[in-house]
Design a protein around this ligand. Structure first.
Ligand SMILES: C[S@@+](CC[C@H](N)C(=O)[O-])C[C@H]1O[C@@H](n2cnc3c(N)ncnc32)[C@H](O)[C@@H]1O
Length: 216
């Protein structure tokens, strides 16, 4: 993500098979924390011991290690990704760090193999602007009533890092796209200098919609 490296081909960011080395280089860039801090995100959403988090499109687990610390031994973080290489990487890292509350899960764009209503928090980080509606539908299915979906994504303006501006969703576009799945928007805020976060709640009584609008 640092501007000294050549920019990645953004179309590849959303292919199912990511090369591990490339993902580590971009997603674990040591300068990233200064621009996009996981702790700030979890502070904002009140992540507490015992909660269950599902991180859809977890990549290398960038947001998951601090979530794991916060939910503790009685909580759980599911790091979900379509890329088998990255699922294996997160599993290895969790094992090496002795994190028994992090579980790496391989998904398909239309199927996340977890039970419905399992999550207090569902995170979509740097994903919504390139993901199929079937995946968003799955993310909403996993959220318990009253649970919150956090959508972190690139601001729709030129920034030193990130995908081409024309590939991005503004915070308003993201909020509207997610509201179309029946979620209720609570907050929109900047998340570091290059990102925003939209936080939405799943209302009690929301049934999974079979034909929600496609994120624009
Ligand atoms: C840009 S990376 C973001 C990774 C992580 N959220 C972060 O911010 O560090 C996008 C990730 O989403 C995964 N991905 C793409 N489409 C997906 C889908 N439909 N379901 C789950 N994961 C997906 C990719 O394999 C990749 O690991």
């Amino acid at each position: 993500m640092a501007s000294s490296r050549p920019p990645p081909d953004h179309r590849r960011m959303h292919e199912s098979v990511w090369h591990r080395a490339e993902a580590v280089a971009w997603l674990d860039d040591p300068t990233r924390r200064g621009r996009e801090d996981p702790e700030t995100l979890w502070d904002r959403t009140g992540l507490a011991p015992g909660m269950t988090v599902v991180d859809v499109g977890a990549g290398t687990g960038y947001y998951d290690w601090s979530a794991s610390d916060r939910v503790g031994a009685t909580g759980c973080v599911y790091a979900v990704d379509v890329s088998p290489e990255l699922v294996a990487l997160v599993r290895e890292r969790a094992r090496a760090q002795g994190r028994r509350n992090v579980r790496a899960v391989r998904s398909r764009p239309d199927r996340i193999p977890l039970p419905g209503r399992v999550a207090d928090r569902v995170l979509l980080a740097n994903l919504l602007h390139g993901v199929a509606p079937t995946t968003v539908r799955e993310a909403v299915r996993l959220l318990r009533p009253g649970g919150r979906l956090l959508d972190v994504d690139w601001a729709k303006r030129p920034t030193p890092n990130g995908p081409p501006v024309e590939h991005r969703l503004s915070a308003t576009e993201a909020r509207r796209a997610l509201e179309a799945y029946g979620l209720r928007a609570l907050t929109t805020a900047p998340h570091g200098p290059e990102h925003y976060v939209v936080i939405l709640e799943k209302p009690a009584g929301l049934r999974s919609r079979s034909r929600a609008a496609r994120p624009s």
